[in-house]
Design a protein around this ligand. Structure first.
Ligand code: GLU
Length: 553
């Protein structure tokens, strides 16, 4: 009896690995092209850190004319939820991080290296496990979970390294005959890797992000095939990334310490190891403490949060690149109008210790991204958001498209466009005064500033309506007339003049404009008043001015 008999007994139907090696030939790619993947588990929650990893992986592949694929890692079936894959696929589509290959729905994939869902690859893993058993590099282990717990408890009590290794690895020294006998007697087992490593030897490894790292060799006989016949993460990683031709494994740095094991698996399987690129997690500053963005504590950890509050995906992506590469900021400064697709991401410029994700900065980026959009784009995005989250806004935008386009056109498309919208959920607040039905519902008191006496206000409004307001004026004339009005009522026509002789005047032209602004919008801060008045139109302007005279104070 030899290892071959043992292997045949365990996996009687498994194919020879030659079959798979031929079925999935090495990829023919241009020189320097890299193949990356995003390999999430379908747990039903898409973390912004996942989008960060996928964005980086896709960008690196695209930059080199390589391939980016989506592999679903569902070997831990306890953690699975219904429609988990759909959620992942939709997020990638939403963020424009589409996979060249891989899963495209719960059960379908595209590309020649599939299946791209691990639970559909059982026979492939088993073929490679069989191959290892045949060479004495893997073995069945009959220890029950309770026995494994006992071993661990003993190790802890004796303060020695926990795990299934060396003298603790009871089943590794069974003879082939003993193993076969136990299997034939119906004993339950799993399959373990027989590690050739020694803990007292070191390996040196160069990670593309973390740089040089030293580790002790792996000596753990880890489980490769579980009781349900599915592989563990480690084994599936080696088989899949080999067969799928991944050149760069871009993954979270919680896997960095598994590198010695993974390199050993590649070595024993006779595979060429990929390059490893371990990404530090997205961090948050929590009252001075830097910690990982947490699914439990931070709403912004969920990708769904960004669409709910309406932060455009372009802004999220721009910000993620910003924290991915320290060089991004300078690039953006020098290339204000370029698409982020033109930015060249560099692995050796990635943050080693953890990029800080700052909502305030993201919103600033978002304001700039939105400021560069056309009125039409702002309209469409706001409407799409409103259709899901704000019926009233959706209705107003739909019923007044032409007018809404004019509203969004205020201070847009010029050199210094308005930057008051950071997210689509801000839109209503920012434009409500431009819509009669919303303005009329607005019960805020007029927030008058320096000029706040009823008599003074009414004089300004009265004179403005009767003498100075003409909807046909151009901007210069419009402003000159407000100066004239100020002068006529004894206010300083220039701010300079007021500053030089404050005792001579009650207020200045700016304060007079503020009265008009407050009356017309119930705000002290708005985009350009001239444009606002043009868009509101004569009838509405006069109506608001008159209304203000009656009810203003
Ligand atoms: N399924 C693993 C995870 O979600 C993937 C790690 C990897 O990219 O290899 O952490």
């Amino acid at each position: 009896m030899d290892y071959k008999d043992l292997a045949n007994l365990i996996f009687p139907d498994a194919k020879e690995i030659k079959y798979y090696e031929e079925k999935y030939p090495r990829r023919e790619l241009p020189e320097g092209a890299i193949v990356t993947r995003f390999a999430p588990s379908p747990t039903g929650f898409v973390h912004i850190g996942g989008i960060y990893q996928a964005l980086i992986a896709k960008k690196l592949a695209k930059q080199t004319n390589g391939v980016f694929f989506l592999r679903i890692e569902d070997t831990d079936q306890k953690r699975e939820v219904e429609n988990g894959i759909t959620g992942i696929v939709n997020s990638l589509v939403e963020y424009g991080i589409e996979q060249d290959e891989g899963m495209i729905s719960e059960n379908e994939g595209k590309g020649n290296y599939g299946p791209y869902k691990q639970s559909q690859r059982k026979e492939i893993y088993q073929a490679y496990a069989k191959y290892l058993i045949e060479q004495g590099k893997a073995y069945p282990c009959f220890c029950s979970p309770e026995e494994v717990d006992e071993i661990r408890a003993k190790q802890e009590a004796a303060k020695i390294r926990p795990g299934y290794y060396g003298v603790w690895a009871k089943c590794r020294n069974l003879t082939v005959e003993e193993m076969i006998e136990k299997i034939k007697a119906g004993e339950k087992y799993i399959v373990r890797f027989k590690s050739p490593g020694r803990e007292d030897r070191k390996i040196k490894h160069k990670d593309a992000i973390k740089g040089n790292v030293d580790f002790p060799e792996n000596d753990q006989d880890i489980v490769i095939i579980k009781a349900d016949g599915l592989p563990t993460y480690h084994f599936a990683h080696a088989i899949d990334d080999h067969l799928m031709g991944t050149t760069h494994v871009i993954r979270g740095d919680e896997w960095l310490s598994s590198v010695p094991l993974h390199l050993q698996l590649f070595q024993e399987l006779g595979f060429k190891a990929p390059k490893y690129c371990h990404i530090a997690p997205v961090m948050k500053n929590d009252n001075g403490n830097k910690r990982k963005l947490s699914k439990r504590k931070d709403p912004e950890a969920a990708v769904s949060y960004y669409s709910e509050v309406g932060i455009p995906k372009e802004a999220v992506k721009e910000y993620l690149l910003n924290i991915a590469n320290s060089t991004f900021e300078n690039w953006r400064r020098a290339n204000k109008d370029k698409s982020i697709d033109e930015f060249e991401l560099q692995l050796n410029k990635m943050s080693v210790s953890g990029a800080l994700f700052d909502m305030v900065k993201l919103l600033d980026v978002s304001k700039i991204v939105i400021s560069k959009m056309t009125a039409e784009e702002v309209y469409t995005n706001s409407l799409n958001w409103a259709k899901k989250y704000d019926d009233e806004l959706a209705k107003i935008l739909e019923e007044n498209k032409e007018y809404a386009l004019k509203v969004f056109g205020i201070e847009r498309g010029n050199k210094k466009p308005r930057k008051d919208i950071a997210k689509w959920s801000d839109v209503k607040e920012n434009i409500s005064y431009m819509f009669k039905e919303l303005f009329e519902k607005d019960n805020t008191k007029y927030p008058f500033q320096v000029i706040n006496e009823k008599e003074d206000i009414n004089k300004i409004l009265d004179l403005y309506i009767s003498k100075y307001y003409d909807e046909n004026d151009d901007k210069q004339m419009w402003f000159d007339k407000i100066k004239e009005l100020a002068g006529e009522l004894g206010y300083a026509k220039e701010v300079k003049e007021f500053k030089a002789n404050p005792e001579k005047y009650k207020a200045h032209v700016g304060d007079v404009s503020t009265v008009l602004r407050v009356i017309l919008t119930k705000r002290t801060n708005t985009p350009d008043m001239y444009e606002i008045m043009q868009v509101l139109g004569k009838e509405e302007v006069i109506k608001r001015l008159q209304e203000g005279m009656k009810n203003g104070i």
